[in-house]
Design a protein around this ligand. Structure first.
Ligand code: SF4
Length: 268
């Protein structure tokens, strides 16, 4: 198993990435390129320049890396951070969430960390775009208590247009997980004019209604924090300037999912 990987952040005492108080490890690298991505610094697998923004977690002793985002880290480095938070997990029924980017892109590193968490009886969640080979899901599922699974667009064409990849394996992998009895919380980014169309929402409800082990649905309203990051990183932002969805609209949407039988929340 791989003992080193790349991360770009660690968030401690998180209450939005699964049950209880959690430590969220943000893996670097993502095979998608969503127009609305508010973490563009997550997309490339290797550390990269991010001028004017100090690195949030850096396990490198090299001072020259202070304007870089992303850091090589070992399993031991990460477990040292996680270990400190175990008392909070015990009190709150929390645990560790592996997020990104796409954590399955570094599946060997993820597996090594998950094994270490299992040894310590720590609850594990994987926050995923679902875009990975089925063999990777088969090997990581037994080490994972909960999947936080993103669903963006049901139309394959629109999914390709807005994320760069087909959603076919994403939908197939979700069916595999629920058929295997794994607990899944669906996360839907609500992007006005893109994922928020009536047709897409109805199609998502229709698709997940046929699945067995959906624990809940989280509706994630678009927010504008990503815009300045693209500027700082000199990256092209394809998303036009749009406003977040209104609170009223989010409540309507929540009611729609609740009436369809899903335990639904707004936000993480
Ligand atoms: S899947 Fe998530 S991290 Fe990857 S590009 Fe899309 S929004 Fe960004």
């Amino acid at each position: 198993m791989k003992q080193n990987g790349y991360i770009f952040d660690i968030k401690r005492y998180s209450i939005n990435d699964g049950p209880g108080i959690r430590t969220t490890i943000f893996f670097k690298g993502c095979p998608l390129n969503c127009w609305w991505c508010h973490n563009p610094e997550s997309q490339r697998k290797l550390p990269e320049e991010f001028s004017g923004c100090s690195l949030r977690w850096n396990f490198s002793p090299d001072e020259n890396e202070k304007d870089m985002i992303g850091s090589a880290a070992s399993v031991a480095d990460i477990m040292e951070v996680i270990q400190k938070d175990i008392p909070f997990y015990d009190q709150s029924k929390g645990g560790v969430t592996f997020s990104g980017g796409e954590p399955l892109l570094q599946h060997e590193f993820l597996t090594s960390l998950s094994i270490e968490c299992r040894k310590r009886d720590i609850h594990t969640a994987v926050d995923t775009s679902g875009y990975a080979d089925i063999s990777i899901f088969k090997s990581i599922a037994p080490l994972t208590d909960l999947f936080l699974y993103d669903l963006k667009l049901i139309s394959e064409k629109l999914h390709i247009d807005y994320s760069g990849v087909s959603n076919k394996i994403i939908l197939d992998n979700l069916s595999y997980l629920t058929d295997s009895g794994k607990k899944v919380i669906i996360r839907i980014p609500i992007i006005p004019g893109i994922t928020s169309s009536d047709e897409n929402i109805l199609n998502i409800i229709d698709f997940i209604s046929g699945l067995k082990t959906i624990e809940g649905v989280s509706l994630l309203p678009f927010h504008k924090t990503g815009y300045t990051k693209y500027e700082k990183m000199n990256k092209i932002n394809k998303l036009p300037l749009i406003e977040p969805p209104s609170e009223e609209y989010m409540i309507e949407l929540k009611d729609q999912f609740t009436q369809a039988g899903f335990n639904t929340g707004i936000g993480g």
